[in-house]
Design a protein around this ligand. Structure first.
Ligand code: GDP
Length: 657
């Protein structure tokens, strides 16, 4: 069984959905071609996607191509979902990047190409819409070479460009030979000798495409079908099939999780190695692994998915039975590809229930969405009965709003978007409280020290006391409470990039009394450690001090060179700092940083000074200390260990009960 896992990627509106439909039709999987404009396509599952005409969630459709089963994985098209795109790319064997022959290279196309090249994923380019008026060829190929990748191999030319009758004429293009010869000395020699055959050229194209050294270019139209057959030939002959031994150790990646009609979790996994059977018990997770039994399996075949008893390396399977599975989990042995860096969410907003919406039901729905998808972060404020979500961009709000309305019947709005800051310790701080010490109502001794750690290192918990000196459950209670308490630092933000060391520990053991068993009130419980730890930790943090950092994006803007003068003041007013300025023909290229909170505004204001021709790319860069204006803070959602009196009032009442 030969399998090829393929992704189609594009800037919004380039024609990804139309091309998918056309491919499925050409392959004979669907009888009729749906129309995006009429909202009847196969891969756009969400009604929202139909309305907006954009594709957000990845779905799998398969079609046969001779003896190969091609699994077509849909990928999101909006920059807010770049993290989701990267997640899907990790399970692909090859990709088709779609461009419009009219609009040419767009901001999103560049972002995608950069990611594809970083991953060395074999990629074909498809220049779509050659039937539209204003479609370009020579000039466009030059633009692609200059702005996307110089390693282009045009696989043919067009006829009657820009008309309904536009055609793709496959055949050797002389310029392609130069590019191929760069990586293949024999090719040039054969050309000079006059012994170069079309088969030899085709072989070189395939060889170099599989190594992601070159990118073959096809031209055509998803609407008329021109060039689509040739693109399919290219997919079959030029892209690598998925490999992996079915006899090897089990290894795969979960790239999507959804719920079935009965609410059961279904995981989509790509298998890199081994064979998975229904009823197998398998480990899954990221970092720490849990085990679960697979109760059902299905694979994609002929446009539908069908039940299977076993799934082999290379394929994509749907798995039932893993209740705690999340997107991004490895199954079996973690594949090497898993150590990829995902950008953190940098914005946050409060979800406001609409009239008649029960906050409890809303919280439950949000929790269910978040549980499947690590990209959705939730924070629940018990006191205000409010839930906020972390975001990668504004579009994510609309998606969430529509999902809640359509899947759960819940109407919501959002309060304004704010940056999601972090706190890092400014220095070292330590504190300790002892059993029966002054003002310590808990039967526990806890000493903690907070030290700063390098950016990006996260939180580490260590012991400087003997592990055997008290029951393990108490250590565990301290560690868990430390991690939970750090979710809200002195200003209410997640504290990170620090090491917390336990320097003191102690407890009251159970004491037997000769006559009446033992006195319960005199022995420590986990609750004592959970109660005391937040007080000691916030004391230590206070001594260390924290610095609030805001998320900063790296940006890249391309705009007509003569608009630079008008552009710079706009950047300045948004707190954007251009660090390098370059020219690329008639374009200027600015690279620099901008606070995450201002990215949206920058996007909206860019067209003004650049006559609508400015293109912005931005992605998370780093966290920077907030230097001007008031230090941002956010309200706490816990019992506030910063206020000892209030905290004890709330907590000891609970411990006592
Ligand atoms: P997506 O956003 O990349 O999925 O793009 P769609 O497939 O939704 O197409 C965007 C718009 O371009 C729709 O109005 C399509 O009808 C139109 N379109 C897509 N492909 C072609 C094509 O080859 N020729 C022409 N003339 N229009 C196209």
């Amino acid at each position: 069984m030969h399998v090829l896992n393929l992704g189609i990627l594009a800037h919004v509106d380039a024609g990804k959905t139309s091309l998918t439909e056309r491919l499925l039709h050409t392959a004979g999987v669907i009888d009729e071609i749906g129309s995006v404009d009429a909202g009847s396509t196969t891969t756009d599952t969400l009604a929202l996607e139909r309305r907006r005409g954009i594709t957000i969630k990845s779905a799998v459709v398969s079609f046969p191509l001779d003896d190969i089963t091609v699994n077509l994985l849909d990928t999101p098209g909006h920059p807010d979902f770049v993290a989701e795109v990267e997640r899907v790319l990790g399970v692909l064997d090859g990709a088709v990047l779609v461009l419009s022959a009219v609009e040419g290279v767009q901001a999103r196309t560049r972002v995608l190409m950069r990611v594809l090249r970083r991953l060395s994923l074999p990629t074909l380019l498809f220049v779509n819409k050659i039937d539209r008026r204003g479609a370009r060829e020579t000039d466009l190929l030059r633009e692609i070479a200059a702005r996307l990748t110089p390693s282009l191999v045009p696989m043919g030319t067009t006829e009657r460009l820009g008309t309904r009758d536009a055609r793709f004429v496959p055949g050797p293009v002389p310029a392609a030979l130069d590019v191929l010869a760069d990586h293949d000395d024999g090719l040039l020699a054969a050309y000079v000798d006059g012994t170069l055959t079309p088969a030899r050229v085709r072989e070189a194209v395939a060889e170099q495409t599989r190594q992601a050294l070159v990118h073959p270019v096809f031209l055509g139209s998803a609407v008329t079908g021109a060039g689509v057959g040739e693109l399919l030939d290219g997919v079959r002959e030029l892209l690598p099939l998925s490999g992996g031994s079915p006899d090897g150790p089990l290894s795969g990646t979960v790239f999507k999780v959804e719920r079935g009609p009965a609410g059961e979790k279904i995981a989509y996994a790509r298998l890199f190695s081994g064979t998975l059977r229904a009823r197998d018990r398998i480990p899954f997770g990221v970092g720490t692994f849990t085990e679960g039994r697979v109760t059902g399996l299905s694979v994609f075949e002929h446009g539908a998915d069908s039940r299977a008893d076993a799934v082999e390396a290379g394929r994509i399977a749907r798995l039932w039975g893993l209740a705690d599975v999340r997107i991004g989990d490895a199954i079996g042995e973690p594949p090497k590809e898993q150590q990829r860096f995902f950008s953190p969410p940098t914005l946050e907003t409060v979800v406001v229930p609409g009239a008649g919406v029960d906050p409890g039901a809303l919280h439950l729905a949000l929790a269910q969405l978040a549980e499947q998808d690590p990209l959705i972060g939730l924070r629940h404020d018990e006191r205000r009965r409010e839930t906020s979500v972390s975001l990668y961009g504004e579009v994510q709000k609309e998606v969430l709003q529509a999902t809640l309305a359509e899947e759960y019947g819940l109407d919501v709005t959002f309060r304004g978007t704010t940056p999601l800051c972090i706190e890092r310790p400014a220095g070292t701080g330590a504190a300790a409280e002892f059993v029966k010490g002054d003002g310590n109502p808990f039967l526990a001794t806890v000493g903690l020290r907070v030290d700063p750690a390098p950016p990006g290192s996260g939180v580490d918990f260590r012991l400087e006391v003997e592990l055997g000196s008290m029951p393990y459950a108490f250590f565990k209670a301290v560690e868990d409470t430390v991690l939970a308490t750090l979710a809200q630092g002195l200003r209410g933000w997640q504290v990170t990039d620090c090491v917390v060391t336990m320097t003191h520990c102690g407890y009251c053991p159970r004491q037997s009394h000769a006559h009446q068993g033992f006195d319960k009130s005199m022995s420590s419980t986990g609750a004592d450690f959970r109660g005391l730890t937040p007080l000691v930790l916030t004391d230590a943090l206070r001594r260390a001090g924290t610095v609030v950092h805001e998320p900063v994006h790296r940006f890249r803007i391309e705009a007509p060179a003569d608009t630079l003068g008008a552009l710079l003041p706009v950047l300045g007013s948004l707190g954007a700092l251009p660090r390098t300025t370059d020219t690329l023909g008639a374009l200027c290229v600015l690279e620099g940083t901008v606070p995450a909170a201002r990215v949206r505004e920058l996007e909206q204001r860019l067209p003004g000074p650049t006559r609508g021709e400015g293109e912005l790319e931005s992605r998370f860069g780093h966290y920077a200390p907030v230097t001007h204006g008031p230090v941002p803070s956010r309200p706490r959602t816990d019992h506030n260990p910063l206020d000892r009196r209030e905290y004890l009032l709330n907590v000891t009442r609970r411990v006592g009960s």
